[in-house]
Design a protein around this ligand. Structure first.
Ligand code: DON
Length: 579
């Protein structure tokens, strides 16, 4: 927290530093020294966890100290966040895990939600054929068959060293004995929570007190039903969730309220292992999430485009560097809307989209002096929306195994619906499908046929847990929430580290920007020079200063073998810690 406040007060100092960095012709080496750095990472020797919640981080560090590996710790953090960070941590949602072992093997575990068997293409259209976001966000139809429990169980069984029950124990304790509500949760309950949880008696009974007010900072939140569900999983394994008593709760909740998930959907759910998308960038190797995430493909695609420009020479925060990155982003998001979907249903041209030759052809269309309007790339219209929930955590253990997990309920507290007496909040991930071609979802993303609703299909995601290696060794482990902005946030972590020579804390704190093709708008955080923004407008960018984006939780391994970590100063109550 002290770091957080310091960072926010220090934009101008940091910007100064960054501009000086950018003046050199070649990328500067990342500096880890106390005297030379503006922002300082957490530094530890043996193992480290960076997550959005201090209690969950502590759970992970304890597992590492007890001899668990990075996968064990990540699974324990994932279960703990389902208790302490109900805005996004979950059993009723889904996500992705990227793993790079100490020996250099990489793999990706896909535990994204799936559309139920009775889902259909036009299920989110109203009588007039218009997309109805209420249905896809807050009704029982909004929920896809959850994947988190299957994903964590698969990861633990295949790559962990400790029994699942041991990894669940800290979460059970936090749910059964309660934990002290922090500022982040109290704030979110008071805003988003009131909007989505109050409508459902099961949810209200958990997160609101007898007097009707949400739990406040400093008060203890006990979740007895959730503790019971977690204990069932500890005793019976994932079958408790997919075939047993929890499955019964979810199926009857859905049946009684017009939802579509039945027991057969739950029994059929599988987490799957996939080959990560990989690419190279200025001599570094990048591994990120393949479809059904769009993140890996578009991070690699944008990096490939950027390789054609000397960003280090342009300098961090310069109008030229921002122009190049923003224009590259537009091409990537345009492709996203057309080609990306669940690879089990559509053929996603991964090779073509991530090829250096294709990137070069796009780079040649980028004009440093003049914007190409999005309308000339592809038309569309969009809805504005703000939400910031999904959560990412990174873990590195003493052997050098690295894990990056991003998982979510989609928007804050998901659909707001707790399934029966399970204590489990259900996702509203069905909104990530394209309800109608060309109609934006909650993040303003448009899509088409490739991401249309189909039974048993996984909605397209932007979640991008990412691992960068240098000279064959893991170097950076990172990821973020932020809906459509996840891809560009993770991209900037990579570019800030490699091109601008920032350490992991500086790369995290540096102001961010984002262009997603539609709307044709360059979204920037506070902290860029007004001169720069004016220059960008002269080039034709429609600049809009908007609230902070992303909440990265990252770990970098230094040349000295030490672990350097940083939680995002944009987030309160997050923590990076190790031993
Ligand atoms: O999978 C996706 O891309 C979205 N459901 C992620 C949602 C998210 O990041 C919300 N937080 N801003």
């Amino acid at each position: 927290m002290i770091t957080t406040r310091f960072c926010q007060l220090s934009w101008s100092v940091m910007l100064c530093f960054s501009l000086v960095q950018g003046a050199s012709a070649a990328p500067s080496p990342v500096s880890y020294g106390v005297e030379t750095d503006t922002f300082h990472p957490v530094k530890e020797q043996h193992g480290m966890v960076a997550s959005v919640d201090a209690l969950a981080t502590q759970v992970g560090v304890d597992i590492l100290k007890q001899g668990g590996n990075a996968v064990d710790a990540a699974v324990a953090v994932g279960f703990a966040l389902a208790v302490t960070h109900p805005q996004a941590g979950n059993l009723g949602g889904g996500g992705f895990m990227m793993l790079r072992t100490a020996s250099g093997r990489t793999t990706a575990i896909d535990f994204r939600e799936m559309a139920p068997a009775r889902a259909s293409r036009d299920m989110f259209l109203d009588a007039n054929g218009n997309a109805d976001s209420k249905r896809s966000l807050t009704s029982h139809l909004a929920t896809g068959t959850p994947g988190s429990v299957a994903g964590f169980a698969l990861a633990a069984q295949k790559y962990g060293t400790l029994p699942l029950s041991r990894l669940l124990a800290p979460a059970i304790k936090l749910a059964r004995d309660g934990f002290v509500v922090n500022e982040a949760l109290a704030d979110d309950l008071n805003t988003y929570g009131k909007e989505v949880l109050l409508a459902h008696p099961n949810s209200k009974a958990i997160f609101f007190k007898a007097d009707g007010a949400p739990y406040q900072k400093g008060e203890k939140l006990v979740q007895k039903n959730l503790a019971h569900s977690l204990s069932l999983i500890a005793k019976q394994g994932p079958d408790a969730f997919y075939k047993g008593a929890i499955a019964d709760q979810i199926a009857s909740e859905m049946a009684a309220n017009g939802g579509l998930i039945g027991k057969a959907d739950l029994a059929a759910y599988r987490a799957v292992e996939r080959k990560p998308v990989s690419g190279s960038y200025r001599g570094y190797e990048v591994f990120s999430m393949p479809p059904p995430s769009s993140g890996g493909i578009h991070i690699v695609q944008i990096l490939n485009i950027l390789e054609n420009f000397d960003l280090a020479k342009m300098g961090f925060g310069s109008a030229d560097a921002i122009q190049v990155v923003a224009e590259a982003e537009k091409y990537a998001y345009a492709d996203r809307s057309e080609y990306l979907g669940d690879p089990d249903f559509v053929k996603v041209p991964v090779q073509a989209l991530t090829s250096k030759a294709y990137a070069k052809s796009l780079a040649q269309q980028i004009d440093l002096a003049k914007v190409r309007p999005s309308s000339e790339i592809k038309p569309g219209k969009l809805a504005p929306y703000e939400s910031n929930q999904t959560t990412h955590f990174s873990v590195v253990d003493s052997k050098g195994n690295a894990v990056a997990v991003t998982y979510t309920l989609n928007t804050n507290f998901g659909s707001g619906i707790v399934a029966g007496n399970s204590g489990i909040l259900m996702n509203n991930e069905m909104d990530d499908f394209s309800a109608k071609p060309g109609t934006p979802n909650v993040y303003g993303l448009v899509g088409g046929e490739a991401n249309a609703v189909q039974p048993a299909k996984r909605p397209l995601s932007s979640m991008s847990p990412t691992i960068v290696a240098k000279d064959g060794k893991t170097w950076l482990v990172t990821g973020s929430p932020g809906g459509s902005r996840i891809i560009t946030t993770v991209l900037q972590m990579v570019v800030n580290s490699i091109d601008f020579g920032m350490n992991v804390a500086e790369a995290t704190a540096a102001p961010r920007f984002h262009h997603q093709w539609l709307p044709d708008q360059l979204r920037v955080e506070k902290g860029f020079s007004p001169d720069t923004l004016r220059l960008l407008e002269t080039k034709g960018q429609h600049v809009k200063v908007q609230p902070a984006m992303g909440s990265t939780q990252s770990i970098m391994i230094g040349p000295d073998g030490m672990l350097y970590g940083a939680s995002d100063p944009r987030t309160v109550d997050d923590l990076t810690a190790g031993y």
